[in-house]
Ligand binder design. Structure first.
Ligand code: ZN
Length: 148
């Protein structure tokens, strides 16, 4: 089943299209010490994250999978925002991103370019696309913490 792409201009801001067409940090991370994956059956999006977590920091991150432009842009922006950042910061960004999409919270500076996805909040079906990779990240970070 395929969900049609939304027709609203504000959803297609330049940054979203750019990341959807040329996703950053795509690939497999051979040295990853935790991995997680998930899917959004409503849209058919699939995301897997490879994480290398060292000394409480996301030393490296890659994603693979496929999906609609919103899901790909979200995971690409996620990897760009969080690569090299402390896990604690990742948790804060994740909470802020979810608040923006699920509660309509005003994005703070911590989101950086992720703010471009704010318009998705108006489209509940697409919120699942944008949140997929964040739920996968949450699972991946839990695995890392369990392993540590
Ligand atoms: Zn999707």
């Amino acid at each position: 089943m395929t969900v049609p792409e939304p027709q609203f201009d504000e959803l297609y801001r330049e940054v979203i299209l750019d990341h959807a067409r040329r996703p950053r940090n795509r690939g497999v991370l051979a040295e990853a010490n935790c991995r997680a994956e998930g899917m959004n059956p409503v849209c058919g999006d699939e995301v897997a994250l490879d994480l290398l977590v060292e000394d409480g920091r996301i030393a490296a991150i890659r994603f693979h999978g496929q999906g609609c432009s919103i899901s790909v842009a979200s995971v690409s922006l996620l990897t760009e925002r969080l690569a090299g950042r402390p896990v604690a910061e990742a948790q804060q960004v994740m909470a802020a991103f979810k608040a923006m999409l699920m509660e309509g919270a005003t994005p703070g500076r911590e989101l950086g370019d992720l703010e471009a996805l704010q318009g998705v909040a108006k489209f509940p079906v697409r919120v699942k696309c944008a949140l997929l990779c964040w739920n996968v990240l949450q699972e991946g970070l839990q695995q890392c913490q369990t392993a540590a």
